[in-house]
Design a protein around this ligand. Structure first.
Ligand code: ZN
Length: 472
């Protein structure tokens, strides 16, 4: 039995049912789970591990709801810097297909480290090219080595160019092989227990890279088990919308609905180009969305209706996406961009009516604003909801001990301490001082404790160079 005490936070943000923010707060952990949260002087005074959070803000760990960890190997690839999604994918497919098991391990560790250093404690990943002996197992082993809470998908592609799809034929897989491997992964690794560190998701890549048969069979397989989620990219670009309309005669949401892909076990990455009735459909069926603002800006994809989703009651979380379309895995930065991009959406619509100078209490379209606390909630509680977890996303007794701290007395926050919680989002995104996952300190004094990262970075960059050889 091990215990951990985090005490004396400048402010501890619980995100609990009352959204308590506790000055001088702390929490006490026993065996991976939180036992007490409150003012530090009401907590036990001793523990096996004691973290003094003086001068720091403590937050529940962020939950990343969409990512491709293997793309850290192809960040900022010159040939793919200034193009939109379809040509960007075509520029990358064959490079990604050179990924080896060793490259998969190092890219997973790099991504998880960057995420942990930016406050993310639970990571969902959607890698979908499995060549050269690379397997999801390589990612699972790396996540266990690092110490992240991991929801990993068996991604897949089965609709190659010769059948009208976007990816090259040679990196598409046989559907029976995909489903057999998916079943093996679920049977071997999927853990539904409270506090689980590993769950499996089935994730055919997109409407333009998988056959309808694979969508149907993936959903059938996932639903034979408890808590196996379903995930894909949807409504990311207008190209995708034209693709499904021209090939299938249906809008993307209708296409997925036709194949059983609506419900509380389903969430879609991006979900940008949706109509009001589709937002209502997501809400009524419990279908979720992963909002990925940096990637959406980077690829000129569009602006997802974050506020409309929230107002409609759609489950929505934040995902860093990438890492070749972001090209960061910085969760706090992503949360910040979610707030900023939602505001840009307000300003893009021309004002109506006669010219008026609005007051501070009556800004432009007040009911459309997304606040700093809104995006912190979406990045924590929202992400937990999207992944179907009721044991992460806020700090309370009985919840998983996943949290992080950031030093508030740095250059970045100087002058912003009127409201440190808002400053965490409004000011430039910082790295964490401490990150704790499952009661284990994985970042201490701003450094990863579980893995010696420098050799990993060096090896990762050798793999990245080998994969990119021959591209511009
Ligand atoms: Zn993606």
């Amino acid at each position: 039995m091990t215990t951990l005490l985090a005490k004396n936070a400048e402010v501890l943000v619980t995100m609990d049912e009352e959204r308590r923010e506790i000055p001088g707060g702390g929490l006490f952990v026993r065996d991976h789970m939180i036992e007490q949260v409150g003012p530090s002087d009401e907590l036990p005074t001793d523990a096996d591990v004691v973290l003094d959070m003086t001068g720091q803000i403590v937050m529940p760990g962020f939950v990343n709801t969409h990512h491709h960890l293997d793309q850290t190997l192809t960040r900022a690839l010159p040939v793919a810097q200034d193009i939109n999604l379809f040509p960007w994918l075509r520029a990358h497919y064959r490079v990604w297909a050179r990924k080896t098991p060793e490259a998969t391990r190092t890219s997973t560790l790099i991504g998880l480290a960057e995420l942990a250093l930016s406050g993310c404690t639970t990571v969902f990943d959607h890698s979908y090219i499995w060549q050269n002996g690379s397997r999801v197992d390589d990612q699972i082993a790396a996540a266990a080595e690092f110490g992240s809470r991991f929801h990993v998908s068996r991604g897949s592609m089965s609709l190659g160019e010769s059948d009208g799809g976007l990816p090259p034929d040679e990196i598409c897989e046989d559907e029976d092989d995909v489903l057999a491997d998916s079943e093996r992964l679920i049977e071997t690794f999927h853990d539904t227990t409270r506090g689980s560190m590993l769950r499996v998701v089935l994730a055919p890549c997109s409407p333009f890279s998988v056959t309808p048969d694979l969508l149907v069979r993936s959903a059938e397989l996932a639903r034979r088990y408890d808590g196996v989620g379903l995930h894909t990219h949807l409504c990311e670009t207008l190209d995708e919308e034209r693709f499904t309309l021209e090939h299938f005669g249906l809008r993307p949401v209708e296409w997925m609905e036709t194949h059983g892909w609506m419900g509380p076990d389903v969430w879609y990455a991006h979900a940008i180009h949706v109509q009001p009735d589709e937002i209502a459909k997501f809400a009524s069926t419990g279908t979720g969305a992963a909002h990925c603002p940096c990637s959406n800006m980077r690829l000129a994809s569009g602006i997802a209706p974050l506020k409309a989703y929230r107002d409609a009651g759609v489950r929505v979380g934040i995902g860093v996406d990438g890492s070749a379309s972001n090209d960061a895995s910085h969760m706090l930065n992503e949360v910040r961009q979610a707030m900023l991009l939602a505001r840009l959406k307000i300003g893009l619509r021309p004002p109506e009516g006669p010219m008026t100078i609005l007051s501070t209490s009556d800004p432009l379209r007040r009911d459309e604003w997304v606040t700093a606390r809104d995006v912190l909630e979406i990045g924590t509680r929202g992400g937990a909801d999207v992944l179907g977890r009721d044991d992460i996303g806020h700090l309370a007794p009985g919840m998983c001990a996943d949290f992080f701290s950031v030093d508030l007395h740095s250059v970045a926050f100087a002058g912003g301490l009127h409201d440190p919680v808002a400053a965490l989002v409004f000011c430039a995104p910082q790295s964490t001082t401490s990150t704790v996952i499952n009661g284990r300190v994985v970042v201490e004094q701003g450094r990863v404790t579980t893995v010696d990262m420098q050799p990993v970075i060096d090896e990762h960059n050798r793999h990245a160079a080998a994969m990119a050889a021959g591209t511009d």
